[in-house]
Design a protein around this ligand. Structure first.
Ligand code: PEP
Length: 254
């Protein structure tokens, strides 16, 4: 059975004070809801990883994630943050291949794969993001587009490595736009990804991998989306910046 996971992505928002406040409020709601069956992950900006990690220490089923890491292991790469550095401060997860990294910062599938590799080598679980832009969806080639993203990156992993990753399907046109993919769109893609994993690896591996949906998830649509077959949770951007909205989304999962 895949693990149920709800992950926040704060993106480049919050300063130190508001990060602490958001974490504090979130942990207060968590202690009231006592929902330990869902893994909660907070993907916070680099400068606040340590602070938020310390605040979450000892809280059952809550973990911190980086939003990015370098495709180089170490050296003269000014401004980069390596997987090894993240590992040295006990960061257990990192997003990789988020569409904003791919689109704004030009990250290719090769770069996404290099990052994934380094994360795994440093015992950090990659939350691998994939998803099609609007023109691909309009051309009706979204299934093969996402298949190619997988083939050019995480499907190059051995099964012993692949089994450690989490997949997040995020149609680019639904991220931060308020436009959510329809139940049919989500169901079709999640089924497709699971069946690709089955053909590439094995049925048991495909049944164990968590596949999250991301794209304008909010308290109002979370339950409907989490109830779709093959959806094992969500990756939440905008709505995760409000502790009450985020916990309402967490509590929408069965
Ligand atoms: C995201 O950033 O991964 C995301 C899904 O954003 P939003 O929820 O704001 O669409």
């Amino acid at each position: 059975m895949p693990r149920k996971i709800v992950a926040a992505n704060w993106k480049m928002n919050n300063d130190e004070y508001s990060s602490k406040k958001l974490t504090f409020d979130f942990l207060k709601y968590i202690s009231e809801s006592n929902n330990t069956k869902v893994l909660k992950i907070l993907s916070v900006p680099f400068p606040f990883l340590n602070t938020v990690t310390k605040m979450c220490e000892g809280v059952d089923s809550v973990f911190v994630s980086a939003q990015n890491s370098s495709d180089y292991s170490e050296g003269a790469y000014t401004g980069e943050v390596s997987a090894k550095m993240l590992s040295s401060i006990s960061v257990p997860f990192s997003l990789v291949g988020h569409s904003e990294r791919r689109e704004i910062f030009g990250e290719s599938d090769d770069i996404v794969f290099a990052k994934t590799r380094l994360l795994l080598e440093n015992n950090i679980t990659p939350i691998f993001c994939c998803g099609e832009p609007i023109n691909i969806r309009k051309d009706n080639t979204h299934l093969s587009f996402v298949e190619e993203q997988l083939n050019l990156s995480v499907f190059k992993l051995k099964s012993s490595e692949f089994k450690k990753i989490i997949i997040a399907y995020e149609p680019v046109w639904a991220i931060g736009t308020g436009e959510t993919a329809s139940e049919n769109d989500i169901s079709e893609m999640h089924r497709h990804i699971r069946s690709l994993i089955k053909s590439k690896y094995s049925s048991s591996l495909s049944n164990d991998i968590s596949i999250l949906y991301g794209g304008s998830l909010k308290p109002e649509n979370a339950k409907q989306i989490f109830d779709i077959k093959n959806v094992d949770g969500g990756l939440i951007g905008g709505a995760s910046l409000n502790a009450k909205d985020f916990i309402d989304i967490v509590n929408s999962i069965n």
